[in-house]
Design a protein around this ligand. Structure first.
Ligand code: SAM
Length: 151
């Protein structure tokens, strides 16, 4: 499995369901950091992707600290519209962790501040759009990373 998708405190079940489907289709692992804004059995999650859930490699963490403790030393990139570098400059490599924030407020300020050197943005070309939908952002980044990789 080449890439790891990390969702920190996702709030919208349709997004997580779609990202689960994307994870499976792209050969990626999914990591979900609690608390979640929904029950994992939510009907909207099921509609969006739960039919595939049994086949998915998914790991849950009680909180962000537990995630970072368990994955110390892993190569990580953090995704935020506040990033200075573009997502196509992420130094993708096998087993890399790609970290995404929650729908309402994105990544916590302390996570951003601790990782400014590896904070990447998907460039947006309209002043009227401040950020992309979470599932769309994950799709863009994962398939950029898969260029040249064989999952
Ligand atoms: C809906 S956005 C969060 C919006 C939030 N108001 C903010 O300012 O970060 C949810 C997540 O999608 C990812 N995302 C959305 N648009 C992005 C962009 N243009 N560049 C990088 N990541 C983005 C980030 O991981 C973000 O934390």
């Amino acid at each position: 499995m080449p890439l790891n998708i990390v969702l920190i405190e996702p709030e919208i079940p349709n997004n997580t369901g779609n990202i689960g489907r994307l994870a499976l289709g792209s050969g990626s692992n999914l990591h979900i950091v609690k608390p979640l804004g929904f029950e994992i059995t939510d009907a909207r999650l099921k509609r969006a992707g739960l039919d595939y859930w049994q086949h998915l490699s998914v790991t849950y963490y009680d909180n962000a600290e537990a995630f970072f403790n368990k994955n110390q030393g892993k190569n990580m990139a953090f995704l935020s519209s506040k990033g200075a570098k573009n997502h196509w400059d992420i130094p993708f490599e096998d087993d890399m962790f790609l970290i995404f924030g929650k729908e309402s407020v994105g990544l916590a300020p302390e996570i951003i501040e601790a990782n400014t050197e590896r904070l990447f943005k998907i460039p947006l070309y309209s002043e009227h759009v401040r950020s992309l939908n979470l599932a769309n952002a994950v799709s863009i980044v994962i398939y950029e990373g898969l260029k040249g990789m064989n999952p």
